[in-house]
Design a protein around this ligand. Sequence first.
Ligand SMILES: [Zn+2]
Length: 494
Amino acid sequence: MRIGIAGFTHESNSFSVIPTTLNDFQIWEDQAIIDHFTLTFHEIAGFIAGAEEFGYELCPLVAANATPAGPLTAETYETLVGKLLAALIKNAPALDGLLLALHGAMVAEGFPHADAETVHRVREVVGPDFPLVVTHDYHGNVSEELVADVDALVIYKTNPHIDQRERGLQAASILVRTIRGEVKPVGAIAKPEVLFNIAYHNTSRLPMQPLMQEAIDLEKKPGILACSIAAGYQYADVPAMGPSILVVADGDPELAQREADRLGQMMWDIRDQLIPHLPDPATAVQRAITSEHRPVALFDLGDNIGGGSSGDGTVLLKELIDQQADGWVVTIYDPEAVNACAQAGIGSTVSLLVGGKTDDMHGPTLSITGRVRTLHDGTFEETERRHGGGRYFNQGLTAVLEVGGTTLSRRGLLILNSRRTSPNSIHQITCVGIQSQQQRILVAKGAVAPRAAYEPICAEVIEVDTPGATAINRSPAEYHQARKTLYEWRSMNE
Ligand SMILES: [Zn+2]
């Protein structure tokens, strides 16, 4: 048995001013896919592990991924989907099936549901009877069209995403059993009319935890091959924006639809628990300063890099300085400021204009004076299971600036990096010589993803309602394609 494996993933934020272009993508082809992913916790690592577990031969095609930002330009989408299709045209006649990792919230110029378009084009190449199993991120905005074109869809069950490898293996298992004729997967989707706000996406807490447990329990029942809940991605302004329940049954479409509708009803029943209430920056910083615990993590939800924001937001940094907090660590994406630090050299005192340069959503550019403490090439490795399943990281040339404070432990540490990097690994901080547990306040620009890295070392996590491209309470008036009937918005008008 010979199985093709491929991936084409991006989470596209309609409110970002940064278009996603070919330069933003990392691309792996052929053997490079095996070399890069085998030791990760990514779903493609699961596809690879399936070869040994289920006894198939791997045919690695192409994998591409970029850090979340604005929608893909038309040229970027066409080039990358073209690479995937070319590899398939060449290899499909010798393949028994395909495992394809897609995000589910990719938006491309001209294609609001770019993942559905990709699957559609793949289907045109391989034909209607070719076994095709697709995986999605928990933040996918799943459309009915995509479900109709795949044999089965499998979605991560955790946020932070720490089960990606297992989901890849699950997809491989369904594909192999389909090829052997042991199962006949049929999928159904339910889309409850709620906006499942990202503030509630944590799968180990209320209100999502019991829903996800129901999906896990359902998957153990006879006749069910997979049951997934996608919480959705509220920053893609597309018709399918919002949560989805996906059930894949063995040859029984009524069973699949009945169970999808049942879980959809469970989600609808908790709709009043989905309206977000989080502290504003001033309140959150004050709470962090007066906390008896250390370190306290402040999560910057409005500048959530893994959700496609700029990464150069200054709102929490300004608040920490204004409230004279000490012992803080803040990371800001600002290649210009990094270069100024590098030119001045370690030990120099510099005055810089920092952050707030990408757009006008993430706070003002700040004037900061400090001492250059460290310069680092920005590469680090994560061997633990963390959100996104990645192992090899590069935040680009990085400088650490000591700001204020009369003693070393009271100084603020401003990490300036040259590549937007979601805080999925604590080594982003420790690799530049910072002892994260000795600090008082750690700011992480994310919503739920950083928990896997920060919870093990932080005494407390405070989620903050900050402005930005990933603000949690955007007005429905800012949306053009999303369904205005979603409950959080509907309740605003009542
Ligand atoms: Zn996600």
